[in-house]
Design a protein around this ligand. Structure first.
Ligand code: AHG
Ligand code: MN
Ligand code: MN
Ligand code: MN
Length: 335
C-alpha cells in the first residue's frame, strides 16, 4: 500500500543543503535566507487566499515611491519579507519596491548578504483573484564598513541566487542558485515546498508573445515591427498566440513553461520601461538565462547593467532564446 505522504520528499531546504554541499565555498547562509523567504511566502500565500474573507482586498492608503496606490496585501507582504529576512543574522540590507530607501539591518542582526525583493508583484490583479507573485534576488556584500546603497547597486551577473513565488492555482517557488532552475510546489498538508519541476528548461522557440498591446502607439519601431510579424507572419512563418496576464511573475512563469517571449518595452509614459531592474528584471533575467533563455533590453543583456538607482527601470524582452534574438536583431537593424 503506497503511503499518502512521500516519506523521502525532496524539500526546498534539503535541495539547498545538497546544492551547498556541491559548492564547497557556500556556507549555510543561503539556506537561512531561503528559509526566511519561504516563511514569508507561506504567510503571503495564506493571506492572499483568505484576503476576501479578511477584508484584505483594496487599498492601504497612500502611494509608494513608484507613485502607485499601495494595496493592503503589498504592505502585509512587505512587512513579512522585511521581518523574516532581518531576523536571519545573514542580511545587512534590503531593497524593496515598497521602500524608498535602502533598508539597513541593525548591527546586532547584520550579515553579509543583500536581498532585493518585490514583495507582491501584480498587485492590480489581487481583487479579481488573478495570479500574483513575489520576486527576489540575493547578492553577497562586496565591501566593508557601514552598509550603504552602493552595496546594493550590483549588476545581475553578481547574483548568488534568485527566485519567485507564484500564488496561482497552487503556490510554487521557482529558484536558481546558478546551477539551473528548479520548481517547488507548496504542499499545504505538510507546509513544505516540495521539488516537483526538476531542471526547468525553456524551449529555444515558442509560439506565444506576451505584451500590453494598449501601448502600441508608443512603442519604438523595432517592437512595432516584431509584434506585427507575430500577428501577420510571412508565408511559412508561425502565427503566434497572444497571452498577457499583467502580473510579471505569471507571464514569465508561463513563458518558461510553454516557451515564447515576454516583453515590457519602453513606452512614451515609461521611457525606461516600467519594470524595476533590481527586484523584477534582474531576478527574472537570472532565472531565464539559467533555464536556457535570454533576457535583453533589446540592446544588451539585462544582467550586465550596473544599476545607478535602487528603483531604476529597464525595458525587458525575455524568453526563448530564438524569439528574444529576433527582437535583438530588429533593434540592431532599426536602431
Ligand atoms: P507590481 O504589482 O509589483 O507593481 O508590478 C506590476 C508590474 C508587473 O507585475 C506587470 O508585468 C506590469 O506591472 C503590468 O503593467 P501594465 O499594467 O502597465 O501592463
Ligand atoms: Mn507596485
Ligand atoms: Mn512587480
Ligand atoms: Mn510589487
Amino acid at each position: 500500500m503506497s503511503s499518502p505522504i512521500d516519506t523521502n520528499c525532496m524539500t526546498l531546504t534539503r535541495f539547498i543543503l545538497e546544492e551547498q554541499k556541491k559548492h564547497k565555498s557556500a556556507s549555510g547562509d543561503f539556506t537561512n535566507i531561503m528559509t526566511a523567504i519561504c516563511t514569508a511566502v507561506k504567510a503571503v500565500s495564506s493571506a492572499v487566499r483568505r484576503a476576501g474573507m479578511n477584508s484584505m482586498f483594496g487599498m492601504a492608503g497612500g502611494q509608494n515611491v513608484q507613485g502607485e496606490d499601495v494595496k493592503k496585501l503589498d504592505v502585509l507582504a512587505n512587512d513579512l519579507f522585511i521581518n523574516m529576512l532581518s531576523s536571519t543574522f545573514k542580511v545587512c540590507a534590503m531593497v524593496s519596491e515598497e521602500n524608498k530607501d535602502l533598508i539597513v539591518v541593525d548591527s546586532e542582526h547584520e550579515g553579509r548578504y543583500i536581498v532585493c525583493f518585490d514583495p507582491l508583484d501584480g498587485s492590480s490583479n489581487i481583487d479579481c483573484l488573478v495570479s500574483i507573485g513575489s520576486i527576489f534576488c540575493v547578492f553577497r556584500r562586496l565591501g566593508d564598513g557601514p552598509v550603504s546603497t552602493k552595496d546594493a547597486l550590483q549588476p545581475g551577473d553578481q547574483v548568488v541566487g534568485a527566485g519567485y513565488a507564484l500564488y496561482g492555482s497552487a503556490t510554487m517557488v521557482v529558484l536558481s542558485l546558478g546551477g539551473g532552475v528548479n520548481g517547488f510546489m507548496l504542499d499545504p498538508s505538510i507546509g513544505e515546498f516540495v521539488l516537483t519541476e526538476r531542471n526547468m528548461r525553456i524551449k529555444p522557440r515558442g509560439k506565444i508573445y506576451s505584451i500590453n498591446e494598449s501601448y502600441e502607439s508608443t512603442w519604438d519601431q523595432a517592437v512595432k515591427t516584431y509584434v506585427h510579424s507575430k500577428k501577420y507572419p510571412e508565408p511559412g512563418k508561425q502565427l503566434y498566440g497572444a497571452r498577457y496576464i499583467g502580473s510579471m511573475v505569471a507571464d514569465v512563469h508561463r513563458t518558461i513553461c510553454y516557451g515564447g517571449i515576454f516583453m515590457y518595452p519602453a513606452t512614451k509614459d515609461a521611457p525606461k520601461g516600467k519594470l524595476r531592474l533590481l527586484y523584477e528584471c534582474i531576478p527574472m533575467a537570472f532565472i531565464m538565462e539559467q533555464a536556457g533563455g535570454q533576457a535583453s533590453t533589446g540592446r544588451g543583456r539585462i544582467l550586465e547593467i550596473v544599476p545607478t538607482d535602487i528603483h531604476q527601470r529597464s525595458p525587458v524582452f525575455m524568453g526563448s532564446k530564438d524569439d528574444v534574438q529576433d527582437v535583438i536583431d530588429l533593434y540592431a537593424k532599426l536602431a
